[in-house]
Design a protein around this ligand. Structure first.
Ligand SMILES: Nc1ncnc2c1ncn2[C@@H]1O[C@H](COP(=O)(O)OP(=O)(O)OP(=O)(O)O)[C@@H](O)[C@H]1O
Length: 229
């Protein structure tokens, strides 16, 4: 797990009068669980791209532990992300035609490091997310099952940070609840700091801290779980 310390961040695009994201200071303790909410266009995806090092910032510091990823050149940032961040996206980013286990192992296969230990861990993670047929093709799976495969894949390399961008948005309520439970439980069990961007108030209300963005700024920062609806 890693702590985050964001300082003096601004992301701007040519032709726009104001930065699309402007954060003076945001600190997150290692192992904590943060929800990020806000209306469409408020800067949530930009926030995810900044903290994962996918978006370059014009100024400021993005410190994860002792590493300021804003200072890393692109190749080093990509390697840092590969080692430290597990990503779960709304639309899964899975490869049809491959099995569940092959998808989970893909990040390692690409770097040619899928040995027996990793294969065993991949199988164990699939079982942990409730999928007992590792060789099942992705094509025949439900959307909820696909997202559970994506979660197992994100956890394969024991990431210090798990980032989920609208992980339940394309799921029905029941499947979304299962994926939300697993995200929270597994981030905690695996010791990953968790950041979840979501409009799903059932999910965000269960996280210990909720950041609301509006027009690229932090509009509120609440600590404490929301009351169940
Ligand atoms: N590459 C870009 N060039 C210009 N403007 C951009 C670019 N990327 C994002 N923006 C603008 O930045 C603002 C924030 O976008 P962002 O995608 O971070 O919002 P969001 O809160 O994730 O929205 P949504 O909930 O609709 O996904 C928007 O006004 C968007 O149009």
């Amino acid at each position: 797990m890693l702590a985050l310390d964001l300082e003096d961040i601004a992301v701007s695009f040519p032709g726009l009068a104001a930065p699309v994201l402007r954060i003076d200071r945001l600190a997150l303790t290692a192992g904590s669980q943060l929800a990020v909410t806000g209306p469409s266009g408020s800067g949530k995806s930009t926030f995810v791209n900044v903290v994962t090092g996918l978006e370059r910032v014009g100024q400021g510091r993005i410190r994860w532990g002792d590493t300021d990823i804003a200072r890393l050149p692109e190749g080093a940032r990509d390697r840092w992300r590969g080692h430290n961040i597990g990503l779960v996206m709304q639309d899964f980013h899975l490869f049809l035609g491959l099995s569940a286990l092959e998808n989970v192992l893909l990040p390692l296969r690409l770097s040619r490091r899928a040995g027996k230990t990793s294969i065993d861990r991949g199988r164990a993670l699939l079982e942990r997310v409730g999928l007992t047929r590792p060789d099942q093709a992705i094509d025949g799976m439900s959307r909820g099952e696909m997202q559970r495969v994506a979660l197992a894949r994100a956890l394969l390399r024991r990431p210090a940070v798990l980032v989920a961008d609208e992980p339940t948005a394309s799921l029905d309520a029941e499947a979304g609840a299962v994926v939300g439970d697993l995200l929270i439980e597994l981030a905690s069990a695996e010791g990953s700091t968790l950041i979840v961007v979501s409009h799903d108030t059932t999910l965000t209300g269960r996280l210990a801290r909720r950041l609301t963005l509006a027009a690229g700024r932090i509009a509120s920062d609440e600590v404490g779980r929301a009351q169940a609806a």
